[in-house]
Design a protein around this ligand. Sequence first.
Ligand SMILES: NC(=O)c1ccc[n+]([C@@H]2O[C@H](COP(=O)([O-])OP(=O)(O)OC[C@H]3O[C@@H](n4cnc5c(N)ncnc54)[C@H](O)[C@@H]3O)[C@@H](O)[C@H]2O)c1
Length: 436
Amino acid sequence: MKIAVVGTGYVGLVTGTCFAETGNHVSCVDIDEKKVNKLRNGEVTIYEPGLEKLFLRNLKEERLVFTTDLADGIKEAEIIFLALPTPPGEDGSADLKHILGVAEDLGRIMKDYKVIVDKSTVPVGTAAKVHQAIAKNYSGEFDVVSNPEFLREGVAVEDFMKPDRVVIGTNSERAKKLMGDLYAPFVRQGNPVIYMDERSAELTKYAANSFLATKISFMNEIAIICEKMGADVDMVRRGIGSDDRIGKRFLFPGIGYGGSCFPKDVQALVRSSSDVKYDFRILNAVMEVNHAQKLHLLPGIRKYFKNDLKRKHFAVWGLAFKPNTDDIREAPALYIIDALLKEGATVTAFDPEAMKNVKNEWGNKIDFADSQYDALKDADALIIATEWNEFRTPDFSRIGGMLKNKAIFDGRNLFDLAAIKELGFHYESVGRNIVN
Ligand SMILES: NC(=O)c1ccc[n+]([C@@H]2O[C@H](COP(=O)([O-])OP(=O)(O)OC[C@H]3O[C@@H](n4cnc5c(N)ncnc54)[C@H](O)[C@@H]3O)[C@@H](O)[C@H]2O)c1
């Protein structure tokens, strides 16, 4: 099949590459000329495990091509995916200017039947708006389908190649057939392709992300209660997670969710609920809890340093909003660092993949280290903000030998309390006793 993907970011590049991998010819369109040139030259513009190998193979086979010219990119495509940004507008609602702008352009250049697919996360009613925007300038036949994407950054290729489910929102039989054929190689093991109307498909994505965010904020509140009541959240987590109705995943407490999806999607669902005169109370609480949780470690850090962080120097391990990605959008680490700097502290950070993105955004507001141990030089304490695997079993004697104080503030509960006590560290984590 010939397809086009408009927008070549985290979702667009994975989508395009994975569709090429199953034999389709994929033309990827992006307005960012620099990005398109890099991609054409074989440079993968995001960090995503497993992506590079697939990308290079399909680029070489010329099943994957890149262009900045929309008309050229969609000319031969039967299906056009829109994987464009939907950032929060000033009022928290999803800003549809990229989507609707491209839809209008498509109307001007389309010449035959095509299926236009909203892959971006968009509010209920967007498929109808996209339809309208195209129809302004194009009177031929076409269908607009909602096909939300559920991939997780860090395991995006695996998620795309073997999705738990594929949601296809359309009432058009013609579009259903084309979409079903395109996805058939990805659901051979029997995972469902769920067909529904456009509006339900659009809401499914927001409901999924909001539910997961709720699970995280709920567990973070349980962690706070554990600290106050002298219980251990790890035990509670295991105790409830073995119940099938609850499930083991998304029960790990920490310093809040971040990234490009949960924060904006929860906010957008609250906003679009208020448009239909409904106050989504649970989600308001989820956002409030998450906001506070990003700075959960701070009171402990202040107390340890007797409320004076001026000229204190911190090593921070982890900048990305989660491991296995270089994405720093809404990353809790950045909120913590910002708060420390405001109180007069300085920071040297290390992250295996995300330092370049922070440097681009922050310049030399903080220092960056070449390794996790280099970051410890002259540091008064260590803060852990992202659970990269390489931080899980570090050389504790090296850490202890380098830090001015043997103090670790761990926002991701990486270490065993008994073991760390034995090693003589002051250790604070989330929802567990402080080790002194
Ligand atoms: N990142 C995720 O994990 C994830 C997962 C599921 C769904 N989503 C949703 O997918 C959508 C895209 O997210 P993303 O993280 O890939 O965004 P991104 O910012 O990484 O990528 C968007 C791309 O679109 C390009 N672009 C912007 N305007 C354009 C235009 N007019 N024409 C062509 N290209 C244009 C940008 O240059 C950029 O390369 C969002 O709605 C997001 O909520 C994201």
